[in-house]
Ligand binder design. Structure first.
Ligand SMILES: Nc1ncnc2c1ncn2[C@@H]1O[C@H](COP(=O)(O)OP(=O)(O)O)[C@@H](O)[C@H]1O
Ligand SMILES: CC(C)(COP(=O)(O)O)[C@@H](O)C(=O)NCCC(=O)O
Ligand SMILES: [K+]
Length: 243
């Protein structure tokens, strides 16, 4: 079985794949990866891939170095099944590339916009010839609530759950609507403008935060919470003979 480790700015995700099929997904702290030994006890891990967008703590490093199976550390030198046209591969967050690789695997030969709503919201474009052109980085849901609180004198830290309306009627609903509608309009804007340019465009939405969309958008958006994990599994298998 394959062990996939995706370490983001908010959470770490671990997945066990058996021949392309997800057997289990575990959410863990990106500072300790404390559940890794339990995963390795339950499953026979033959090889692993690690993708991280943060500098790993000593604890996480020792957890990963303790793995008995060979580990592929995803970086700018790792061969990929998608052409990388990003001009700074050395600074690219490889969670972004993994999401693209996952989307391209499911829909090869298609132009795809991949949206990953996590700590940040990232927008990636991969074309029908499996070329990753790059994309944009935008503040994520919690980051927007925290920023409004942290960089103003009086705004409270508002939770995403709670009374919601399209135009706020009090401070809480004003902030909640500003953040949630802002993200919804941002995503709709990207989809509409990209669809105009690429009429056959497909859209994937992944990441820990999910949003509701109006119906016509919903019909062209594929939601796949495990897109990055699937992409990392594909990259691991793609590099099988290099391990
Ligand atoms: N168990 C969880 N712990 C932390 N955040 C969570 C959890 N479940 C959902 N979320 C939401 O998802 C976001 C983290 O999503 P994720 O895509 O895992 O982030 P990243 O990959 O940036 O670490 C957080 O901003 C939070 O709103
Ligand atoms: C943009 C990101 C912070 C997203 O990470 P996440 O929200 O998944 O924690 C990450 O992909 C990253 O650190 N990128 C480096 C800069 C770049 O991709 O150009
Ligand atoms: K992510």
């Amino acid at each position: 079985m394959n062990l996939i480790v995706d370490i983001g700015n908010t959470t770490a995700k671990m997945a066990v794949f058996d021949d392309g099929r997800i057997v289990e997904v575990v959410y863990d702290s990106n500072r300790t990866l404390g559940r890794l030994p339990e995963v390795c006890r339950v499953y026979t891990i033959e090889k692993a891939i690690v993708a991280t967008v943060i500098d790993l703590s000593r604890e996480v490093l020792s957890q990963l170095e303790g793995l008995a199976a060979p580990v592929l550390w995803l970086n700018q030198n790792t061969p990929l099944p998608v052409e990388n046209l990003y001009e700074t591969p050395q600074t690219l967050g490889y969670d972004r590339m993994a999401a693209v690789v996952g989307a391209n695997e499911q829909f090869p030969g298609r132009d795809i916009l991949v949206i990953d709503a996590g700590t940040c919201i990232t927008y990636e474009f991969v074309d029908a010839a499996a070329r990753y052109h790059g994309g944009n980085i935008s503040p994520g849901l919690q980051m927007r609530f925290k920023a409004l609180h942290q960089f103003t004198g009086r705004l409270p830290l508002v939770a995403s759950e709670g009374r919601m309306m399209s135009m706020g009627k009090d401070t809480d609903t004003a902030i909640r609507a500003g953040v949630l509608k802002g993200i919804q309009y941002e995503i709709s804007g990207y989809v509409t403008s990209m669809k105009h340019k690429y009429p056959e465009l497909l859209v994937f939405l992944t990441g820990g935060d999910d949003f509701s969309f109006d119906t016509n958008l919903k019909s062209i958006i594929f939601a796949d919470r495990f897109l990055v994990l699937k992409g990392l599994n594909r990259i691991l298998n793609y590099n099988n003979d290099r391990l």
